[in-house]
Ligand binder design. Structure first.
Ligand code: NAI
Ligand code: ISE
Length: 340
């Protein structure tokens, strides 16, 4: 299929992630440019648009998506605003890269699935960027090769130095953060998560009053694997994401560090990224490039709306497990043929 000319992208939401994606598309990604930025904060949108040739600032996502110079949409507004933006993009049959979460709950994610099915073709890539991280990709390749035998367990650690955003809640540890482990579990193992259990130690004294941090989350899968996630948003020392697969004939672990190991002044060691923007910079670059390349070929690849829905359903079970205790069963509808 012939490549389309430069893809003209509207970026909806220009906060931390949106502004970073605007920079990425303008300076790193090939084959695309930012033709519109949208933010309910007019000054923020105007400030960004001013520095980019041929870029218009909007406060209304629908107005941007109706513009003649918009071919595709990158949604980076907060989760609760995603459904409306996605449905508007579908009205214009525009391809979308939607930051995680697809939507904040399973019912709204199902509405998105239904609307996309009415179009008759996939339009959405969900921003589960770990699938584009070099280390996660290697782990996936190894597990798929079968060299280590069947995966039995996956141990994960997901640590943020400090609260990712002010006002972070105990539920957000699940919905906003562990949602990444839900996606990588489903993707790495190619299995659905069937139950969620959440256990909580005594909260860290670094956590603000009322925040249950850290939390220990356990998934069971329909392939018989057991997965644990230690989740913290107050670990203080840096941003650390690790995963260890325990298989029948061996184990494989990623996330132990990058770059140099230095011996100096009686110490040995490397450095730890300060935050997700630094740790996953390459993954975001690869994710956006993959989306642009696929869109220019007229294809949709990567995590689908189904993956977004499945993660939302696991999040719901996780939040119930937090509140009620015990093992909560994940309720999933049957996978529609569009996503098989
Ligand atoms: N993949 C990843 O590792 C990460 C993904 N995210 C996701 O990215 C999205 C954005 O998160 P942040 O950039 O951290 O949030 P943020 O709060 O920094 O920025 C959100 C921006 O959207 C604007 N906004 C709010 N409602 C809007 C609407 N209806 N239409 C247009 N603009 C609107 C706000 O004014 C703000 O400028 C979220 O879905 C979040 O979960 C965030 C951090 C990391
Ligand atoms: O998606 C992300 C944030 O929204 C979330 O708040 C962080 O905990 C995660 O580490 C990051 O990847």
């Amino acid at each position: 299929m012939p490549q389309r000319t430069t893809l003209r992208v509207a970026v909806v939401g220009t906060g931390r992630m949106g502004a970073d994606h605007v920079r990425r598309i303008s300076e790193v990604t090939s084959g695309a440019r930012v033709s519109a930025v949208v933010d309910i904060d007019a000054e923020r949108a105007k400030g960004l648009a001013t520095g980019i040739d041929g870029c218009t600032a909007y406060t209304d996502p629908a107005a941007a998506m109706a513009a003649d110079d918009v071919d595709a949409v990158l949604i980076a507004s907060p989760g609760p605003a995603h459904e409306a933006a996605l449905l508007t993009a579908f009205e214009h049959d525009l391809p979308v890269l939607c930051e995680k979460p697809l939507t904040p709950d399973a019912a709204s994610a199902l509405r998105v699935l239904e609307a996309e099915q009415k179009l008759g073709h996939r339009r959405v890539q969900v921003g589960f960027m770990r699938r584009y991280d070099a280390e996660y990709m290697k782990l996936k390749e190894l597990l798929d090769s079968g060299r280590l035998g069947r995966p039995l367990m996956l141990h994960n650690r997901h640590r943020n130095a400090t609260l990712p955003v002010p006002g972070f809640t105990s539920e957000m540890l699940i919905n906003d953060a562990v949602v990444h482990e839900m996606d990588v579990t489903r993707w790495l193992l190619d299995q659905e998560i069937t139950t969620v259990t959440v256990m909580k130690p005594r909260p860290s004294s670094n956590a603000p009053e009322g925040l249950e941090d850290p939390q220990f989350v356990i998934f069971e899968t329909d392939g018989g694997a057991l997965v644990d996630v230690e989740m913290s948003v107050n670990c203080q020392f840096g941003y650390q994401v690790q995963a260890e697969a325990v298989c029948e004939n061996g184990t494989a672990r990623i996330g132990d560090g990058h770059g140099m190991l230095v011996n100096s002044a009686g110490q040995w060691g490397g450095s730890i990224a300060p935050d997700f923007v630094a740790r996953f910079e390459d993954a975001y670059d690869r994710e956006v490039q993959a989306w642009v390349d696929a869109t220019r070929r007229g294809e949709v690849t990567g995590p689908s709306s189904w993956d977004g829905y499945a993660a939302a359903a696991v999040c719901e079970a996780g939040v119930r497990a937090q509140a009620e205790g015990g093992r909560i069963t994940v309720e999933l509808v049957e996978r529609p043929s569009l996503y098989r």
